[in-house]
Ligand binder design. Structure first.
Ligand SMILES: O=C1O[C@H](COP(=O)(O)O)[C@@H](O)[C@H](O)[C@H]1O
Length: 224
């Protein structure tokens, strides 16, 4: 069943969520040689990542990768990888291994074969954090996107290229089956609008509200 955790402000949310992710990672590390942490990009997770990066755990046994990436070079101000390097893969967490989700290919379609080879041994995801846009997209699973059917299907590949009007640049995303297979799932949302949108999404078809595909056993973390 979905659990909803409400925090009085965004700083406490970042602390509480970092704590929850660290605790899940530590638990998984008790029984596995290495574990994976799959995280969103976008504007919401920066403070959580900064707090998590200072937590003492066996970071050299943690493999980190994104839910999705915008097909822009690293260093671009829209690059989720750059956000990750600047906010999560610092301090103690600089020992974690980053599994790349972007390369030098001109398009996601050309880049995917090499990237997918790197993901095959990283699954299933141990600890998953998802974000959500106000249009109910999560990762780069956008309502109305060109390859949404494929990305949401039971036999989807690990990585799917994605283009959508609201996405801006071309994207690459983990598919639904890969994300839904995670052992622990957390969702991070902030603000009244996203809370209302998430409540609405719960009763909708995931093809219209992709976040709905991941809420059943998720812990949702929210602050105004
Ligand atoms: O484009 C993206 O958007 C979502 C939500 O981002 P936010 O800025 O509203 O927090 C994010 O989860 C996803 O990873 C990212 O690529």
């Amino acid at each position: 069943m979905m659990e909803f955790r409400s925090y009085p402000d965004r700083e406490l949310l970042a602390m509480g969520l970092a704590d929850a992710l660290a605790s899940d990672l530590k638990n998984c590390l008790l029984t596995h040689d290495w574990v994976s942490l799959c995280v969103p990009g976008g504007t919401s997770p920066g403070d959580t990542f900064r707090m998590l990066s200072g937590v003492a755990l066996d970071w050299d046994r943690v493999h980190v990768f994104l839910n999705d990436e915008r097909w822009v070079p690293e260093g671009h101000d829209r690059s989720n990888t750059s956000l990750l390097r600047a906010t999560l893969l610092t301090d103690r967490a600089s020992k974690a291994k980053l599994v790349p989700m972007v390369n030098d290919a001109d398009t996601p379609e050309e880049g995917i074969p090499a990237l997918e080879a790197g993901f095959a041994s990283e699954l299933p995801i141990s600890v998953l954090l998802l974000g959500m846009g106000a249009d109910m997209h999560t990762a780069s699973l956008f309502p109305g996107a060109d390859k949404l059917d494929l990305a949401m299907s039971a036999d989807a590949p690990i990585l799917v290229p994605m283009r959508a009007e609201r996405a801006g640049e071309p994207r690459i995303t983990l598919s639904r089956r890969v994300l839904a297979d995670a052992m622990e799932t957390h969702v991070l949302i902030m603000g009244d609008e996203k809370r209302t949108v998430l409540e609405r999404a719960r009763n909708q078809d995931p093809m219209d509200a992709p976040i709905a595909a991941f809420l059943k056993d998720a812990v949702v973390h929210w602050a105004p």
